[in-house]
Design a protein around this ligand. Structure first.
Ligand code: FAD
Ligand code: MLT
Ligand code: ZN
Length: 440
């Protein structure tokens, strides 16, 4: 994003957990701060050395330790790239329980540390459920071996849960044990143009009702985001005349066990949508080939990169009730207009896309000509206040990093923050593990 700049003068790339432990012991003895770094694809400045802490990059720890094709349990070094893990288990007809646009660079340790959500969460749930165990190096150099391959283990406090989403503040994740579901035998997708945002929820209800157990993703793209994607060479997926003045788009994916059965369900859904008296959609397309399936996903997954091409993005990743999704985007645009900050001299686009099925909106505000303090002041804390007024979360999936430490209070009570600080103190009394991140 060109928003965060690291100040590390030293990057270490250990190859083994033992080496990580030795580095951490050395740093603890000299109170040297450590920033764990995975693929560096995070969005909130979490993997950046703010005050010359050393960077501990996990990239050289990239071995798969084991995979059991019967249980689907995969044990891997934290530095394994998500796509490589998918490729590793694909011949055994399994998939990773998470998928995201950054899959070619992000690492499983980074995914666990950010509790990444992504495009499959609707179907396979969050990493809090899919991660079975972790191995971590604690801030004094001790190796915590909880690399369980058990589905069930009710033996007291579940320590691994603390590391899922800790963003490197409690220790360095060096190994992950994760449950990989069987690969679906059939995957299809539909791309739909909707005349108005108000149709999204009734559509979601209808899609859930008609597709039932085969529904695996329900993603949202507003018109501004769609047009931006097309402008940068993604799609167009739909015929422009048929799209008309559609306000937004929805990508529906199914993953099932029988292609004939799934296609039949999808065709019936599309037909019933098209032929309804007051149709919820303007038009839609059901992918007819693996290439078209990929193109539809490429549009959704490519939006993050298009946003960077448009200018400097202020990115907000919030959870709000589904009915309020577009209201939040509109409120932000109206504010920038009313403050005289909309236009080439300031904000040029405000758009929303995201994981509707999970209630997760990605609000992107683009400054074509660069970041400026007065733009940030107009956006923050305004956006956090809007989100809090909708009883939402200021970070649905990207985390807190260094970007939102002061905003944490909008989503966590004083008591919660106090206890988070106590937990941090127990693990990391010297405050060497990713200092300045997550906690205010
Ligand atoms: P990094 O960016 O390197 O680090 C992220 C944080 O985790 C930092 O605080 C770092 O210190 C810590 N960390 C990293 N590795 C370790 C470790 N081994 N031990 C301890 N701490 C560690 N996120 C979503 O949730 N859903 C999405 O759909 C999604 N899509 C994305 C699409 C694109 C194109 C991009 C660029 C990013 C996307 N993200 C998404 C953001 C996201 O958080 C991640 O990409 C990913 O989970 C971060 O992994 P990473 O290895 O790059 O971690
Ligand atoms: C996404 O869902 O595309 C990501 O979380 C990245 C983004 O917010 O741009
Ligand atoms: Zn996302």
């Amino acid at each position: 994003m060109g928003k965060y700049f690291g100040h590390a003068t030293c990057v270490l790339r250990p190859r083994t957990t033992q080496q990580v432990s030795e580095i951490v012991k050395y740093c603890a003895s000299r109170r040297i701060g450590i920033v764990p770094q995975g693929g560096n694809t995070g969005m909130v400045g979490g993997s950046i050395s703010l005050r010359k802490e050393i960077v501990l990059s996990l990239g050289a720890m990239s071995n798969v330790r084991s995979f059991d094709p019967v249980s689907g349990i995969l044990v891997a070094d934290a530095g394994c790239i998500l796509q490589s893990l998918s490729d590793h288990i694909a011949p055994h007809k399994h998939i990773m329980p998470l998928d995201l646009g950054a899959k070619g660079s992000c690492q499983i340790g980074g995914n666990v540390s950010t509790n990444a959500g992504g495009l499959r969460l609707l179907r396979y749930g969050s990493l809090h459920g899919n991660v079975l165990g972790i191995e971590a190096v604690l801030p004094d150099g001790t190796i915590l071996d909880q690399l369980s391959v058990l589905r069930k283990d009710n033996t007291g406090y579940d320590m691994k849960q603390l590391f899922i989403g800790a963003e490197g503040t409690l220790g360095i994740v060096t190994g992950v044990s994760i449950m990989a579901p069987p690969a679906p035998q059939a995957s299809n997708n539909l791309f739909l143009a909707l005349p108005k945002f108000d149709n999204v929820l009734p559509l979601y209800q209808q899609v859930k009702g008609q597709l039932g157990e085969i529904l695996s993703a329900f993603e949202y793209i507003d018109r501004t985001a769609y047009d931006m994607g097309v402008k940068h060479g993604l799609g167009p997926i739909l015929n422009l005349d048929e799209v008309g003045d559609a306000e937004c788009f929805v990508l529906v994916e199914t993953s099932g066990g029988n292609n004939t059965h799934d296609e039949e369900k999808l065709n019936i859904l599309l037909e019933s949508l098209m032929s309804a008296d007051e149709s919820l959609i303007n038009t839609g397309v059901l992918s007819q080939s693996p290439g078209q399936f990929e193109n539809i996903w490429a549009l959704r997954e490519g939006l993050t990169e298009c946003v960077q091409k448009e200018g400097k993005p202020y990115k907000y990743d919030v959870s709000v009730p589904l009915t309020d999704f577009q209201k939040v985007v509109d409120q932000v645009r109206e504010r920038m207009i009313s403050k005289g900050l909309y236009g080439d001299h300031g904000i040029t686009k405000v758009m929303g896309y995201g994981h509707v099925g999970d209630g997760n909106l990605h609000l992107n505000v683009i400054a074509k000509n660069g970041y400026r303090p007065e733009l940030e002041e107009a956006l923050e804390p305004f956006i956090y206040e809007v989100v809090a007024s909708h009883k939402g979360s200021i970070s649905a999936e990207h985390g807190i990093g260094s970007m939102k430490t002061d905003a944490l209070r909008y989503s966590k009570s004083d008591v919660s923050i106090q206890w988070m600080k106590k937990i941090k103190q127990v693990f990391d009394p010297l405050n060497i593990m990713n200092p300045g991140k997550v906690l205010p």
